[in-house]
Design a protein around this ligand. Structure first.
Ligand code: NAI
Length: 423
């Protein structure tokens, strides 16, 4: 099925690094054809990154975009230096006033087995791929944040995602970009900045002697461009995702985590022998899922699993019949002995009931109705769920992982609640 509305980039400004050839050239041409103003960056070095650089590759692509009726400027900076990255973004802002789209694509190869992997080959590959992406992304992110819109693409590789003999440097740099994306997607979320990663498979000077010629003929870079452009578009809601793309085949790769097991009782340090006995359960990937961020694991499944090992709370909780009663009893439940050095404001938003906050400072606790101007962390929950929680009918971790309890701000500080209040 062909989408009714064509995906266009009119009014958008795009930077494509390493766009003087291969995949980057095709991304830049296609963005130009669809209305984007494009900064065509290319240092113009050799396949291994050596050489003094050349203006030819970037200039040629700019000419091609213009010949097709598009707008583009060339930039010859090296992404591997912070000055280069800053100047690439400056080129976009000077020529077109902003940056909406950044495709971190520039890349080199220096393949060697680990024992022949000299420090300069290791460092050069990390400098271009990983540090290069940082050098351009940082100044671009500032402009995108100011404008409340951004689409950033990282370029990984199947070599990084799955491994490939002779490419320890390249694999490390490429998977490093996935880590970069995982955190940047969180930092960009508030500003409509989406960050995604593509692992292309395409014929280019990087792959000309790696893949057989008949296969290369099928691997036109043009097949990778559609998913990259889609991820750069306003239509794209995805963020933090990884896609393989080549020869018209597209799939999504993800880091999956198994349900896991608590070995021992979660109190006594686990022994090596206990780990060896539990090995089949540790290895079992059945029921694996994706986490959106670190705390889904640490404050979510890990703590829930440990909680599951604890004996159920005796007495059935606090016997609260109203939300107000909880906050009325909170000052008496405060554990001053556990509050030394604690300076924190918990804001509660109990849907249908109102807002309260607990301010803990200098060993004292103030509970008041209403909104605090500077909460450290905000807990949002429906009234019935809050009562279930306070009456011991629902576990806090379960409430969080199921989405019934939403925590904004400094999530880690919410861990203090259990110690600070004993009802
Ligand atoms: P390519 O060699 O045709 O294009 C890379 C471009 O980056 C070149 O034009 C080069 O001059 C430029 N470049 C290199 N170092 C630079 C620097 N320091 N500053 C600015 N520009 C620089 O290779 P291809 O295949 O188009 O690669 C594009 C990206 O896709 C790379 O990141 C590569 O690692 C990645 N990739 C490609 C795959 C493929 O099958 N072609 C597979 C997996 C990843």
């Amino acid at each position: 099925m062909v989408a009714k509305n064509k995906i266009r980039f009119d009014g958008r400004v795009a930077i494509v690094t390493g766009a003087g050839g291969g995949l980057g050239r095709v991304y830049a041409l296609e963005l130009g054809k669809r209305g984007a103003k494009v900064v065509v960056n290319d240092f113009g070095g050799a396949r291994d990154g050596s050489g003094a650089g050349a203006a030819g590759p970037a200039d040629k692509v700019v000419d091609e975009i213009k010949a097709a009726g598009g707008e583009a400027v060339a930039n010859y900076d090296n992404v591997a230096t912070p000055e280069g990255g800053a100047n690439i973004v400056k080129t976009a802002v000077d020529a077109f006033g902003k940056v909406d789209i950044l495709i971190n694509n520039a890349g080199i190869l220096r393949d060697k087995g680990i024992l022949k992997m000299e420090p300069e080959n290791w460092a050069a590959v990390l400098a271009v791929h990983l540090t290069g992406a940082y050098n351009v992304t940082k100044p671009a992110f500032q402009v995108m944040r100011d404008n409340g819109f951004g689409r950033i693409i990282m370029t990984t590789s199947a070599a990084g995602l799955y491994g490939n003999f002779g490419q320890t440097n390249y694999s490390s740099a490429k998977l490093g970009l996935v880590g970069f994306m995982n955190t940047l997607k969180l930092e960009g979320a508030k500003y409509n900045i989406k960050v995604n990663t593509v692992a292309p498979i395409a014929a280019s000077r990087l792959t000309e002697d790696v893949l057989p010629p008949d296969l290369l003929a099928k691997m036109k870079p043009e097949y990778v461009a559609p998913i990259v452009l889609y991820l750069c578009s306003e239509a794209c809601e995805a963020t933090g995702m990884i896609y393989n793309a080549g020869a018209g085949f597209y799939n999504r790769a993800a880091i999956m985590t198994s349900p896991g097991v608590v070995v021992g009782d979660g109190k006594k340090i686990t022994s090596v022998e206990e780990v060896s006995v539990a090995w089949p359960q540790i290895m079992d990937i059945k029921g694996a899922k994706e986490y959106a961020q670190l705390n889904d694991l640490v404050l979510g499944d890990l703590l829930s699993a440990l909680e599951g090992k604890k004996a159920p709370a005796a007495g059935g909780g606090g016997g609260f019949t109203s939300v107000k009663e909880v906050f009325d009893k909170m000052p008496a439940a405060f554990q001053a002995g556990a509050a030394s050095g604690v300076d924190v404001v918990f804001q509660y938003c109990v849907a249908g009931e109102g807002d309260w906050y607990a301010e803990i400072k200098g060993g004292a606790c103030t509970i008041a109705a209403g909104a605090h101007a500077k909460p450290t962390c905000t807990l949002k929950i429906a009234a019935a769920d809050y009562l279930d929680l306070m009456n011991g009918k629902m576990n806090a971790m379960k409430a969080y992982t199921s989405g019934k309890l939403k925590i904004e701000g400094d999530l880690m500080k919410s861990q203090l609640l259990e110690k600070l209040f004993k009802f």
